[in-house]
Design a protein around this ligand. Sequence first.
Ligand code: NAG
Ligand code: NAG
Ligand code: NAG
Length: 287
Amino acid sequence: MATLLLASISLAATLTHLAQLVSARACLQDTHALAAFKDTIWEDPRRRTRDWRPLSNISATDADLEGEDGCRWRGIACTRRTYEVPGNPFPCQRVLEIEMGGMYCPQNMFLPEAMQETSGRGCIRSDVSGWLVPELGNLTFVKKFHLSDNNLNGTLPPELGRLEYLEEFDIEYSKITGTIPEEYGGMTRVKEFDFEGLQLTGTIPKSFSQLQYLEELEFDGNRLTGCIPELSPTIQSLELEGNDLSGPCSAVGSGEGADADSNAGFFFGDEDDLYGGYDSWGGDGWE
Ligand SMILES: *[C@@H]1O[C@H](CO)[C@@H](O)[C@H](O)[C@H]1NC(C)=O
Ligand SMILES: *[C@@H]1O[C@H](CO)[C@@H](O)[C@H](O)[C@H]1NC(C)=O
Ligand SMILES: *[C@@H]1O[C@H](CO)[C@@H](O)[C@H](O)[C@H]1NC(C)=O
């Protein structure tokens, strides 16, 4: 009898533990941010966000938001463990990645991944139409935004500057306009900005000098002007062609062909355009 009682107590404990694991879900602020983004999406031909619930379709009370779990939505990856988050009524998971872009290449499916990306033949863009909302700045644990090859319009929300764990921000080949917010210097762990082929104007923020882990800055094919701030020596790839940049801000003297600040890993090209990066010497893929 006693044994049976003990056994059922430990079974109950195990079930409670399991129930906690199964019921773990995204923090309300994270689901809210994703739902606010989903609200802007008016076309999604590849159904990348087909199971995301738009905020306008969730009534404003927390009780309704609690019924949703952004961590189970397509293309979202979350932390395994849960966190006590102020204002959240239950321990919850944080969003780590949004995977909602890139090229799908049915003909190249059997090629190595790197080759799939470079040979664009037979590839289909992700083509989600919508825009980035300020609420995405509430995904404060996020490490990766992979949103390339979409039709995102609007501007870059300054609120994303709060994403201090963001490492990869890839939104290349969209229709985003406006300037790069100075606040993005607050993304202290960022390694990659892939902003190629947008319609950005204005200057590269001075605050980018603070980004000490920066490895890749791809800003080619925009309409950026002004000078280039000194960048971390960790930089490996700097692509700035097709803009109207004047050269390094800190350069002493100027002129075509002048060797720019070598610490920053860039140099002048033949045209007014700048290109370079330590890896590019003798490498391929450079014009
Ligand atoms: C909105 O919610 C209702 C019921 O909750 C659901 O049937 C409908 O498909 C939802 N619409 C969208 C666009 O998600
Ligand atoms: C999320 O971000 C928006 C806009 O930046 C803000 O107004 C809102 O209070 C935030 N929501 C939560 C739940 O933190
Ligand atoms: C994006 O484009 C759509 C369609 O033209 C438009 O309705 C919407 O207002 C635009 N969004 C922003 C943020 O400019």
